[in-house]
Design a protein around this ligand. Structure first.
Ligand code: AMP
Length: 273
């Protein structure tokens, strides 16, 4: 199995970390070559530009790869987005200078729009525009008089703000994904990554409580069914349950309220089904 990973840029480090956490790091720790075998599975990693990965996967140079959904869609690659990976989140937004009269995406009709995403701009904007296809530093195009508006990737919105731009709306939500040409062939590898991606978004919760609190606790952690173990103290039980990480802060005070004590929150390494 050959897998393409981004050789640089903002997706590189989280992609490597995911591989490491799945137990598939480089066979030689600290490996810096452009291709290397992985530990624990017959997987060979090829390091290439994130933007080239959709094409490499489509052409069968590699079996699968990790790259941004935005790059896959811009290439129009005929490949499957097998698994969202939970990092590299961003939006493809249309934006205008603060002083512009445009207030919505529709207001861009007939304007010039600069982007490194010409295909998605044309496809996803609801109106016809004059496209200026640029290769970088899109956010300065309006100031240079090159365009009335831009379509570019945004995560925090900080770059837009520092360049005196405001968003008119989102054309596409993106994040890093495992992409594949043949889902069957890559299924075992996808399963290894899925076990880590799922585990990262959950926590294992352990607490003690009076047995009489069990109905209230079950109602709080639904639809998960907790494990219940008797404690040495009569009438007391230990409750163990897997919960979404995002729910932990809401759950803690509620569990205390219904009698939970000695509450432990533990990270999960892998999670299968
Ligand atoms: P890079 O190689 O650093 O240019 O990474 C590009 C990819 O990172 C993009 O295609 C997106 O999938 C992802 N990404 C996530 N957040 C951002 C952002 N704020 N700006 C650019 N790319 C981003």
């Amino acid at each position: 199995m050959r897998v393409a990973l981004p050789s640089k840029g903002r997706l590189r480090d989280p992609a490597f970390k995911l591989l490491e956490d799945a137990g598939l790091g480089p066979e030689q720790p600290g490996e810096r070559a452009l291709a290397f075998p992985c530990r624990n599975a017959p997987v060979e990693v090829l390091l290439v530009r994130a933007a080239d990965i959709p094409e490499y996967v489509q052409d069968g140079v590699v079996d699968c790869g990790i790259t941004g959904i935005d790059l896959v869609r811009e290439r129009g690659a005929d490949i499957s987005e097998v698994l969202l990976l939970g990092f590299g989140s961003c939006r493809l937004d249309a934006a205008v200078p603060d002083a512009s009269l445009a207030l919505s995406l529709e207001d861009l009709a007939g304007m010039t729009v600069a982007s490194t995403y010409p295909r998605l701009t044309r496809e996803l904007l609801p109106v016809d525009v004059d496209l200026v296809d640029v290769t970088g530093s899109v956010e300065i195009a309006p100031r240079l008089g090159l365009a009335d508006a831009i379509v570019d990737l945004v995560s925090s919105g900080e770059t837009l703000r520092t360049n005196g731009l405001r968003s008119l709306g989102t054309l596409l939500e993106s994040e890093a994904a495992l992409v594949s040409r043949d889902v069957e062939v890559t299924a075992p590898f996808a399963a290894m990554l899925r076990a880590v991606v799922q585990a990262r978004s959950h926590r294992y919760l352990m607490l003690n409580a009076p047995e009489t609190s069990l109905p209230a606790i079950r109602a709080l952690v639904e639809p998960r069914v907790p494990s219940v173990l008797p404690l040495a103290d009569a009438g007391m039980v230990a409750v163990h349950v897997l919960v979404p990480s995002a729910d932990v802060w809401r759950l803690l005070p509620a569990l205390e309220e219904v009698g939970g004590s000695s509450i432990l929150i533990v990270p999960v390494e892998r999670m299968v089904a």
